[in-house]
Design a protein around this ligand. Structure first.
Ligand code: BGC
Length: 253
């Protein structure tokens, strides 16, 4: 059985990858990060993904070649094809990115939504492990991603960042990038998160919220300010969850 795989997480600002220890559910080496090219077309990003995977392989010569590779994209993914592109170049829509990346890397590539990948990692190794009922993981980053995890099973492509609340797409008000762009204080941002999570709570009555994305490392600054019926906790694997989940799915683990 494969004990290691490579995970790559394509984000709005960086393409990040690492070797993953599938048993520990953790990075097994340094994370490689290359800024997301502009424009972020599929071809340009495929080049960047290839650079990241090369760097990861070079840093781990002891690991056999031909390891499974999993890649996340910030969009809806159905059977290897990307069907939405809110924060990446519109030319992604309709692109069979699993085939594009597979040809560029010379190996089979598993492709999935970034928040779904984080959900898989948290389900196997983190905050959602062993939790019955419905766990909703959200990633707060350039946009807002979501993963529905029901009784340990991922229901992919839930896209809760695109709920329309008070006449606006939720991620355009409450993503972590919006906090930075508008210079919001933690409490000003928390007020927007309150509106968002209360709405999601009313719609789906989850048993647990898990919050991922880069800003999850500052969870103590905003999660305690929220007043929800549902427990809400940071992702145990923080911003590494996407890489770990992508590698896990690639290995068919
Ligand atoms: C995309 C999602 C993605 C999220 C986080 C949203 O704009 O529609 O697919 O998971 O951003 O990157």
């Amino acid at each position: 059985m494969t004990t290691h795989a490579i995970g790559v997480d394509i984000g709005g600002s960086g393409v990040k990858g690492a070797l993953v220890d599938l048993t520990a559910g953790e990075l097994a080496g340094d994370r490689v990060r290359i800024p997301t090219p502009r424009p972020s077309t599929p071809e340009a990003i495929a080049d960047t993904v290839a650079e990241v995977v090369d760097a990861v392989r070079r840093a781990a010569p002891q690991v056999p070649a031909g390891l499974p590779v999993g890649v996340t994209v910030p969009g809806v993914v159905v059977r290897g094809t990307v069907l939405s592109a809110a924060n990446i170049d519109p030319s992604w829509v309709g692109t069979d990115a699993a085939t594009l990346f597979g040809e560029r890397l010379g190996t089979r590539v598993a492709l999935l939504n970034d928040a779904d990948a984080a959900g898989v990692a948290e389900l196997r190794h983190g905050a959602a492990k062993g939790v019955d009922g419905l766990v909703i993981l959200t990633t707060l980053g350039t946009g807002i991603g979501s993963a529905f995890l029901h009784d340990g099973v991922l229901v992919p492509n839930s896209e809760l960042g695109h709920l329309v609340i008070d006449g606006a797409v939720a991620e355009s008000r409450a993503a972590a990038s919006v906090r930075e762009a508008e210079g919001l204080s933690w409490s000003e941002w928390a007020a927007r998160l309150q509106r968002y999570y209360a709405h999601v709570e009313r719609l789906f009555t989850p048993d647990l919220f898990v919050v991922g994305g880069g800003v999850s490392k500052h969870a103590d600054k905003y999660l305690p300010l929220l007043d929800l019926r549902t427990p809400i906790v940071p992702a145990a694997r923080r911003n590494r969850a996407g890489i770990i989940g992508a590698a896990t799915v690639a290995a068919g683990d």
